[in-house]
Each structure stands twice: as C-alpha cells, then as structure tokens.
Design a protein around this ligand. Structure first.
Ligand code: GLU
Length: 488
C-alpha cells in the first residue's frame, strides 16, 4: 500500500462515558498507523452533546490513552469551541443550495413514518420541504414553525470509496434515508446546533486529517460525509473501517458484557502493555514469525491495513489473561515491585518497618511473579507476607496432626538470630524431623501451615526466608505451637 505523507489521523471520542475498549482499540490502530508512517495522531473531544458530555469522562479518556501508552500530538481539539466554524459551513451549504430549511413538525414526521411502516417501506424522510417557495416558507414562519437544516442527498447519487480494510465500497444515495438533518430545530433566522456528520467533516477538514480510521458502525456515516466533502469543496480523507469487537456469542460487545471500560480493566489488575498488545490483536494479524506477544512500538514497525480482518473480532479473555501473565512474568522484580507498591500501600502494607525495605519487597516479587495472571493477584498472594494469616481448616488440621507441635517446637528452638541460609534451613528441618520423630514431610507441611495459614503457597524455603528477614517466622511458629498443643 502506498501511503501519502504526511499522515494525520485522529481519535474523536465523545466524552459521554468512560474510555470504552472499542474506542481504545480504534485509538490503537490510529496510533500504530501514525507511528508507522511518521505521522501525527491527534485527538478531538466531541463534546457537542452538552447534556451527556462531562469533564470527568474527558479526563478518564485522556488518562486511559496515556496509561495504554498511546501518546498524542498537540493539545486535544475541543469540538464545542468550533461551533462558529460549523455554523459557517452550514450557512455556505444553505447559500449554495446544497442545504435548505425544513419546517416539518415532529407530529408530521411521525405520521409520515407511520404511513411508511403501514406500507411496509423503510423509514426515510420524503424530502417534502426540498422545494418550498418563498411564500410557503413565510407561511410556515408566520405559523410560528421552527426549522431544521437538511442537506440534500439525491437518490441517484452514487458514493464510492476505496476502504483500506474493506476494499471498494459503494452506496446509493437512495439508501441514506433521505435529506439529512445537519442542524437542529431553531427559529428560521438562526442556525440551530450543528449535528454529527456535518461537524465531523468540518473538523476533519480543518485538522487536515488524511486518514479516518474508525469502527465499521460508521460506514453509513462515511457515505453521507463523502457527500458533504464534495458539497463543501474540500478533499476527502482516506477511510479505514475496522471490524467490531464481538462478545462470546458473536454480538457486538456492549455494557451488558460486563467489563468494557479501560479503567475497569486497569482496576482488575491488567497491565497496560498486555492490554495494548491484546487490543492490537483484535482485528489485526501480525506478520508470520512475529508471534502474538509484542510491544506497541514493535507492532508500529510493521502495522498495515492489509492485515486487518473484515470479520468481527471475538473478545477472548483467556488470551488476554495469557498475555497479561506473560508480561508480568517477564518484569524485573524491581519493576514489578513498582507496579505493586501503590496497590500494597492502599492496603496499608509495606509503608514502615522491615517490610518497607525495597530489597525485601523486590525479593517478594521474585517469589510471587511467576504465579501472577493479574496484577491484583500480587495483592492477594502478598497478603500473608504483610499480615498474619488466619489459618484455614486444612492448616488447622495439619497443626493438630500427630507430631506437628513437637516438630514446630524444634524448628522454633533452632531459629538463628541472623540470616537463614538455604542449606542451614534444610538442615534445621532435618534436625526437627529427627527430634520430633516424624517424617520430613510432616515438618514441611506443618511449617507451611504455621507460616502461611494454608497448605498452599509459593516455595517454602523462599517463603520462610522472607518471613525470617522481617522477624515474622518466630511469632507465627509460636502461635502455631500453641494451637497444636490446644488440639492435643
Ligand atoms: N464521536 C464519534 C464517536 O465517538 C466519532 C466517530 C468518528 O470517528 O468520526 O463515535
């Protein structure tokens, strides 16, 4: 594919909700394309729906993009600040005859649609006010009617474009629902609030956007927008319509599918690199030999639309979890610690005392890292290192077993004051087994129950070493010895 430089693409989110996975995936494709071609990735906040737009959503969207590593160029364009340019474009279309005022009332339009439904026809505006005479307009105004502005869409218009994903696309003007409203109802001497299709075209042209990359749910809008480019006499960008993200059942992923906001994925403990990697795979196939794990920068080096599928992309939690686990397993302990520390601190852990030692925390990360799928697992699994655990029933059972108390008493008596080297620890366990007259396995299981309150957990000697270094093994052993003597 030959791409004309310089590439300028944009993401145009509406701040009427948090950053959705679909919008974020669109952002990923825009970003990859821009970076691949050394172009610009711009943002435009489409906040013209004044009732539903909120600053907190804009903040959430910008934060989410930044967290994912999708840096944008320049300040975001705020669409509502450009309303005069939008109105000026509508005025031009009115003056050139591409647009006109339509005075049909809501009641008349409803009656029209009911008739169409009764006759089994698709609902469309029947262009009834396209050719009003001056007298007819004056009569409507005298009645007190307000008008919308409509853009003429000729039934015999043929709209075609070469879509970077879908190839040649064709639409007939007759299939676009009749003349399109481009400004909301207002008194006839004014232009009401400009609407989506018009505004997008005016802004994309003003921002000199070269490629519009967005979800395939916008295909019909593209057909309408191409007519607007032509009428306004501005060159149209190239379009790429990306496949939708589907749920397990093959339907468009929606709020009902649970987690769909980037901030929710983040709160669940997904890593930004893994999520960005996963989103890149939602609709794009990496070239042979690249594998499925890569950074955004690696993908940007090879990204093109020839490898974007037309078919919808099914959301696959297992693959996302697999990628997330891979990313976490590869982190250096000190880096994993930096990611976990804020989560630990929310729990009040590791802020003071020996467990606040960065080296100790990094060693805890070395121990836990390989078993994490989500960052949040690093909170759950770290808990018994920061807080004394309550023994679960299996651990209580183990502590009540024959010889457990004697074995743990022997371990406790032999604890060194200084460091606990692995060889010394093993010898200590052997000695305790002999002293208590039990198998070494009983000593190990009892020790695990005493230290972690559970029979499950990470490597025992490494666990013990970490707890020993913060002086937590002795008190836990003492409590376990007491509990096993109560059981006798
Ligand atoms: N604000 C529109 C949306 O969120 C933008 C669509 C477009 O990219 O033109 O869907």
């Amino acid at each position: 594919m030959v791409v004309q430089a310089p590439v300028r693409v944009r993401l145009a989110p509406s701040p009427t909700g948090t950053l959705h996975i679909g919008t974020a995936r669109t952002a990923v494709f825009n970003w990859l394309f821009a970076r691949r071609h050394g172009g610009s990735f711009l943002l435009r906040i489409e906040d013209t729906d004044r009732e539903r737009s909120r600053q907190e959503y804009t903040d959430n969207i910008l934060e989410g993009l930044a967290w994912l590593g999708l840096d944008w160029d320049g300040d975001p364009v705020i669409q509502s600040a450009r309303i005069e340019q939008h109105r000026a474009a509508i005025a031009r279309l009115l003056a050139s005859g591409h647009a006109y005022r339509c005075y049909a009332t809501e009641a008349e339009l409803t009656a029209m649609r009911e008739q169409q439904a009764a006759a089994n026809r698709a609902p469309r505006y029947d262009n009834r006010h396209r050719h009003l005479t001056h007298e007819q307009e004056q009569a409507f105004i005298a009645e007190g009617r307000e008008a919308v502005v409509r853009f003429r869409i000729d039934d015999d218009a043929v709209i075609r474009w070469d879509d970077l994903v879908r190839g040649e696309m064709r639409w007939a003007g007759a299939d676009l629902g009749g003349d399109m409203v481009i400004a909301r109802r207002a008194p006839a001497d004014r232009i009401g609030d400009p609407l989506y299709n018009l505004v997008v075209v005016v802004d994309d042209a003003a921002m000199a956007i070269t490629h519009v990359i967005r979800g395939e749910d916008h295909i019909a809008n593209t057909a309408k927008q191409l007519l607007l480019y032509e009428a306004l006499g501005v060159p149209a960008p190239v379009f790429a319509h990306t496949p939708l993200i589907l749920n397990k059942e093959g339907r468009k992923l929606s709020k009902r599918d649970g987690v769909t906001s980037i901030s929710d994925f983040r709160a669940m403990g997904y890593d930004a690199a893994a999520l960005a990697n996963y989103m890149t795979l939602l609709g794009w196939s990496p070239p042979e030999g690249m594998g499925e794990r890569f950074s955004l920068a690696e993908a940007a080096a090879v990204f093109d639309f020839e490898r974007v599928n037309r078919a919808g992309a099914r959301f696959d939690w297992d693959k996302l979890n697999w990628l997330n686990a891979q990313v976490l397993h590869d982190l250096a302990p000190a880096v994993l610690r930096e990611k976990l520390l804020p989560l630990w601190q929310q729990k009040g852990w590791g802020a003071s005392g020996p467990a606040a030692d960065p080296a100790w925390q990094a060693d805890l990360c070395t121990l836990l890292g390989p078993s994490l799928t989500l960052l949040a697992d690093g909170v759950e699994q770290a808990e018994p290192f920061f807080e004394r655990p309550l023994a679960d029933s299996a651990a209580v059972g183990q502590l009540a077993a024959e010889g457990a108390g004697a074995a743990l008493t022997a371990v406790a008596a032999a604890l060194p004051d200084g460091p606990l080297a692995p060889d010394a620890a093993r010898a200590l366990l052997d000695g305790a087994a002999t002293a208590a007259g039990v198998k070494k396995g009983v000593v190990m299981k009892s020790l695990r129950a005493a230290l972690l309150g559970s029979l499950q957990g990470p490597d025992l000697l490494a666990t013990w070493d970490l707890l020993h270094r913060i002086g937590e093994d002795a008190p836990r052993l003492a409590a376990a010895v007491q509990s096993s003597s109560r059981a006798e």
